[in-house]
Ligand binder design. Structure first.
Ligand SMILES: Cc1cc2nc3c(=O)[nH]c(=O)nc-3n(C[C@H](O)[C@H](O)[C@H](O)COP(=O)(O)O)c2cc1C
Length: 361
């Protein structure tokens, strides 16, 4: 029977009832093309809150129309979009989960005719323009405005997306940032947009609003990551959801670490900052944690504070309650090309089953 998975943890001033995080996962093709849902997210996230998840991070949501990573993505660039998140907040709170929304600008990975990034480049036949100072200022303001809307919706906080090669990561990573102004060059320069964004959100939202940060590890090295983590804490980040960045694609973890290299990166950074006597902020690791025993082992080894269970929670909305009760979970099948849910929730072979099974006759 797992022990540590069920222990509460405090993030900012909120108690999270256990160590299980639902990381952000876009529900592709569940949107109308204008930032509004077409499939009920209150049901989707509320179901996982009732299923026992401690902390839910709602899927990547665009801070502005130009920054969308997919046409069907949710948005928080307009006050009209608040209501759908208010219903998510109520559903998750009714299920006793703490709930945040991930905010993103996709930068050069955005859809649309004009793509911006830290530096000019070309992606296929699409020209990418270096962001001018007024674009940079607007991005910061749009993060703040979207965060204010998240707060108005009753969410407990936001997660700033600083990973997976999206805009903030395009600035922090040396291989995509060749700027010669104050937002490039040194590690401090490359980190400036991320730090100023977090500072601006903290200043506008006040001390109690949770700010998480999806951190792209290994950009370009764990040593530089450590530097940035400490500065992000000083800027106002309350916890880190550690994934990958634009750094080296594949790292081989030590032989005694049985999980995925992305999970190892999260654990390695956790250990590094603890050793340095830094951070003092909870960290979550992620990737391929399908069975509760994997998650419990990482917690028991002191390798992480929180475990993020992504596809496992798509496959089984009751993953958390079952794990805490020592029961078998409905395992994700790790479909080819990553995840069939990426096509559409209805494409997931297990999701459909678990929803049907979860619905009382
Ligand atoms: C369908 C799908 C959508 C995703 N969307 C996001 C997202 O919106 N933001 C994000 O930071 N990561 C996203 N991810 C990555 C997940 O948060 C998580 O890191 C990844 O699935 C690995 O965890 P897992 O092996 O437990 O699924 C997505 C993953 C999947 C499968």
């Amino acid at each position: 029977m797992p022990n540590l998975l069920g222990q509460a943890i405090t993030i900012n001033r909120k108690t999270v009832r256990n160590r299980i995080v639902m990381p952000p996962m876009v529900c592709f093709n569940w949107g109308d093309g204008h930032g509004f849902e077409t499939v009920d997210r209150a049901e989707h996230y509320g179901r996982r809150a009732r299923g026992g998840v401690g902390l839910i991070v709602v899927e990547a949501t665009a801070i502005n129309r130009e920054g969308r990573l997919h046409v069907s993505q949710l948005g928080l660039w307009s006050d009209d979009q608040v209501d759908q998140f208010a219903r998510v907040a109520t559903a998750c709170h009714d299920g006793n989960a703490v709930v945040l929304v991930q905010l993103v600008h996709a930068g050069s990975k955005a859809i649309g005719p004009k793509l911006y990034s830290a530096s000019s480049s070309v992606d296929g036949d699409k020209p990418i323009q270096a962001m001018e100072p007024e674009h940079i200022e607007r991005v910061k303001q749009d993060f703040v405005q979207a965060s204010l809307r998240a707060q108005a919706a009753g969410l407990d906080g936001v997660e700033v997306h600083g990973a997976h090669g999206y805009l903030l990561n395009q600035f922090t990573a040396s291989r995509s940032n060749a700027r010669t102004d104050g937002y490039g060059g040194t590690l401090a320069g490359r980190s400036r947009l991320a730090l100023e964004t977090v500072q601006a959100v903290r200043a506008a939202l006040g001390p109690d609003f949770i700010i998480g940060y999806r951190f792209g590890a290994n950009d370009p090295s764990l040593a530089e990551d450590g530097w940035l983590l400490d500065r992000l804490v000083a800027a106002g980040v309350d916890w880190f959801n550690i994934s990958t960045g634009i750094g080296v694609e594949s790292i081989v973890p030590p032989a005694d670490f049985p999980e995925h290299y992305i999970t190892w990166l999260g654990c390695a950074l956790h250990a590094q900052r603890r050793r340095a006597g830094q951070i003092g902020r909870p960290t979550a690791c992620v990737y391929g944690l399908v069975q509760p025993a994997q998650a419990e082992r990482l917690l028991a080894g002191g390798q992480t504070d929180l475990v993020a269970i992504g596809r496992g929670l798509l496959a089984d909305p009751d993953w958390a309650n079952k794990a805490l009760a020592g029961q078998a979970v409905n395992p994700c099948r790790h479909c080819k090309n990553g995840c069939a849910f990426r096509l559409d929730g209805r494409s997931c072979p297990v999701f459909g089953l678990s929803r049907a099974a979860a619905t009382p006759a």
